[in-house]
Ligand binder design. Structure first.
Ligand SMILES: Nc1ncnc2c1ncn2[C@@H]1O[C@H](COP(=O)(O)OS(=O)(=O)O)[C@@H](OP(=O)(O)O)[C@H]1O
Length: 431
């Protein structure tokens, strides 16, 4: 053995096992630090702190053809209002339902291009409730249309559905004392698949997306995976209601719109007295278990959403979301006074701004214009807070006039859908 090795062997023998362990630990820590140092120097590249440029060079024009799948109780009315106002400002045509379908495209039937009023074809935009049917939408919308939709956390969404459709959905009407807890303790006792408006009581998101809301991912995981794949194939962006402002930042970047194009007033919100302040954890678990397909969709697209935010630059998206909130607050103050408040329909004097009320037990809130307002700014403010029913009727009248369609009774569809579930705001009923 060479003398150097003999020396090492001797030294090793002299060291206790504990010392050897310490030496190994020390070496590993140094190597880890060197490795981490390299990672840290890459950090800004992985998570850019500044916003990447929105516009390509040459600048991308604003995208004008959009189909928004308005799912139920997911903040969809607020998104619809943003799209309606954009369409008006840019003189675009909005696909609107035939009057026999009321303001929805004959929901809950599968969407058909026949449900679209002829005066609103060919459209640039579409944003009214419908049950998704890819082939029929592609038949209607021009090539290059960007498809977007929005999802909401299923327990919160279910609580909203249960309250809003309580008088319309037989599964909910059967529950004693309109108790959400009683329903979720034994949903099968109240729910009958296939009956009128059953889709509001079971996996509503899956149904709106054109899926089979009776499938359970526990028995059939492949079904959920297939539905997710179909949604991913069609929709360029799936927004998340809980992160509404961040969603709008991604939307306006996708469409190359300005931040001003996505300013909004929150629409269709229940009064605090009509909602649970917080959903107890056990109830939320039960709601997710009952709506397991929706929970699977939400979890998947919530994760994809945050990956999108990371690739746009999280700090950048947050900064833009903050700018959006500030600009929105300024706009609301300008329109609705120094302290803009959401108020119940009975306190809103401007009829065009009174939201539809689903029942005497649920208050849907809205904004009102300060008295004496007039002029072009008022018109913009009116649209900003205009509920879905009034805005859809207004747009249909306007587009019919533009297309030279004279006011005359509409032909009735061969097979009319079940009666619409929205009518005039409560304050206007019986007038
Ligand atoms: N900007 C924003 N951010 C977060 N949440 C919002 C927003 N705008 C509306 N909402 C809430 O969305 C619920 C209404 O959803 P929709 O307009 O889609 O309802 S509907 O299906 O058209 O009747 C309704 O929820 P609930 O109040 O829980 O019922 C609204 O409060």
């Amino acid at each position: 053995m060479p003398p150097i090795l003999q020396h090492v062997q001797q030294a090793t023998k002299m060291m206790s096992r504990r010392k050897i362990l310490l030496l190994v630990l020390g070496c590993s820590t140094v190597s880890l630090l060197i490795h981490q140092g390299a990672q840290l120097s890459w950090y800004p590249k992985l998570f850019p702190l500044s916003c990447p440029p929105l516009r390509d060079s040459p600048p991308r024009p604003k995208h004008m053809t959009v189909a928004f799948l308005k799912t139920h109780k997911t903040a969809g009315t607020t998104v619809q209002n943003i799209l309606f106002r954009f369409a008006e400002r840019h003189n675009l045509t909005v696909a609107l339902p035939h009057p026999s379908c009321e303001h929805q495209f004959c929901y809950p039937r599968n969407f058909s291009a026949h449900f679209v009023h002829p005066a609103t074809r060919p459209p640039h935009m579409l944003a009214s409730h419908l049950r998704f049917d890819r082939a029929e939408l592609e038949r209607l919308m021009p090539p290059g249309t960007v498809y977007v939709t929005i999802l909401r956390e299923p327990a919160a969404m279910f609580e909203s559905l249960f309250s809003y459709y309580n008088q319309y959905c037989p599964a909910f009407r059967r529950v004693p004392n309109a108790s959400l807890e009683a329903f979720l303790r034994a949903p099968e006792a109240y729910y009958r698949a296939g009956e009128h408006f059953a889709m509001f009581a079971h996996n509503t998101l899956a149904y709106d997306l054109g899926g089979d809301n009776e499938r359970s991912p526990r028995d059939d995981a492949a079904y959920l995976a297939g539905l997710i794949r179909q949604v991913e194939e069609v929709f360029s962006l799936v927004m998340i209601a809980e992160y509404f402002d961040e969603s709008l930042v991604l939307l306006r970047r996708l469409l190359a719109w300005d931040l001003d194009d996505v300013l909004y007033a929150k629409l269709n919100a229940r009064a605090a007295s009509s909602r649970l302040a917080a959903i107890p954890a056990a109830l939320a678990r039960a709601a997710r278990a009952w709506n397991a397909l929706d929970a699977g969709l939400y979890d998947h697209f919530n994760a994809t959403f945050w990956r999108r935010v990371a690739s746009a630059g999280r700090a950048c998206v947050e900064r833009e979301a903050r700018e959006l909130r500030e600009a929105r607050e300024r706009l609301l103050r300008r329109c609705f006074g120094e302290e803009p408040v959401l108020r119940p329909a009975a306190q809103i004097r401007t009829k065009q701004l009174q939201p539809w009320q689903p029942s005497r037990k649920v208050d849907i809130m809205g904004y009102d214009l300060p008295s004496g307002g007039a002029g072009p700014a008022t018109e913009a403010c009116l649209k900003l807070a205009m509920p879905e029913v009034q805005y859809s009727s207004y747009l249909l009248r306007k587009q019919k006039r533009r297309g030279g369609v004279r006011a005359r009774p509409e032909p009735v569809l061969d097979n009319p859908p079940p009666r619409p579930i929205r009518a005039l705001p409560r304050g206007l009923q019986g007038h």
